[in-house]
Design a protein around this ligand. Structure first.
Ligand code: ZN
Length: 340
């Protein structure tokens, strides 16, 4: 089969790879229906993560099950399935507590390389959630969004304790931030302040339910959020970038007693203890346990209650994966959908 392999920063190639097979009796092999490029893939693409040797890449997937191992009980060939960026057994203590990304038996899907024609999925019964029947083609982008960016935005909103009547600020206008806006509205937020400097992203944030847009960042951005909230700060803040500036901006934009949902993969972030201490905020985050939310999110998508697939503003054949990375790196695209 063919799939994406990253050789070095800026160098993603579509090439021949070994066909995935059932290696463990709990594995499934899926044929890819759609996959995509993640903002977190750009960390490697931009040289912020080490690449020691050419490696498969990609961790978002919607596929049709082709084959399952002897111990797989609930997932069956022919099902259309969605899974998250960590395979998880969904039975250990961390999984039962709703933290499947901390699963005691977790397997990172990025290393298996989902930007490919086929994919091995470990712990299939725990990892995969089946759609009802064969989904309509126009639902596929939204199901793919559920695999990571929607689930991550949803976790961020949940971690930030978004609820009815609350004011939410969202730091980050990538796919996760934009879907954090959608999640905040779905979870009942009264006001959602999207922080973005880009007109097309502001427009999508509005479509997803943002009520206010703040175009500044850093101290200036914090001051604007405070101006919009009677000088207090937001009740809930979603941090969906992962830089020093964005994390400090999120903490400073939160009111005393408020909550920050941190889902931007932290790179070089150091939170000064005194700043945290005097902020009075709750911090909660990490790699989003998307699996916790998948059944609910797939249901909302199938009922057409939400349309998160709108974050994909570029669709390419999988063979043009390199251009998919370039477009996102240069911010010509919010998110690239790849079709085998
Ligand atoms: Zn587990």
């Amino acid at each position: 089969m063919r799939g994406a392999v990253i050789h070095a920063p800026g160098d993603v190639r579509f090439e021949e790879r070994a066909d995935p097979t059932i290696e463990q009796p709990t594995d499934a092999v899926i044929r890819m229906v759609a996959t995509c490029v993640c903002g977190s893939d750009l960390w490697s693409y931009r040289g912020d993560n080490r690449i020691d040797h050419p490696q498969p890449i990609g961790h978002e997937y919607v596929g049709v099950v082709e084959e399952v191992g002897a111990d797989v009980r609930t997932i069956r060939p022919g099902q259309t399935v969605v899974g998250s960026f960590f395979a998880s057994d969904n039975t250990c203590a961390h999984c039962r507590a709703g933290y499947q990304t901390a699963c005691l038996h977790r397997v990172g899907m990025g290393g298996l390389g989902a930007q490919a024609e086929r994919l091995r999925v470990p712990l299939a019964d725990g990892t995969l959630v089946a759609a009802s029947g064969t989904p309509d083609a126009d639902l596929v982008p939204s199901l793919l969004a559920a695999s990571d960016v929607l689930g991550t935005g949803w976790f961020a909103a949940t971690a930030a304790e978004v609820g009815p009547g609350k004011t939410v600020a969202v730091v980050g206008d990538g796919a996760v931030g934009l879907l954090g806006v959608l999640a905040a509205r779905e979870l009942g937020a009264e006001r959602v302040i999207a922080m973005s400097r880009h007109a097309s992203r502001q427009a999508l944030a509005r479509e997803f339910g943002a009520t206010d847009i703040v175009t500044t960042r850093g101290d200036e951005g914090v001051a604007e959020v405070k101006d919009l909230t009677d000088g207090l700060g937001a009740d809930s803040v979603i941090e969906a970038v992962g830089t020093q500036q964005s994390v400090m901006q999120a903490i400073a934009a939160t009111r005393a007693g408020g909550h920050v949902g941190m889902v931007g993969v932290a790179h070089g972030v150091a939170i000064p203890g005194d700043r945290l201490f005097y902020s009075f905020v709750h911090l909660h985050g990490g790699p989003a346990p998307v699996r916790r939310f998948l059944p609910e999110l797939i249901g909302l998508i199938e009922q057409r209650a939400i349309d998160p697939g709108r974050v994909f503003d570029l669709t390419l054949p999988l063979s043009e994966v390199a251009e998919g990375y370039r477009a996102m790196d240069e911010r010509r695209a919010i998110k690239t959908l790849l079709v085998p």
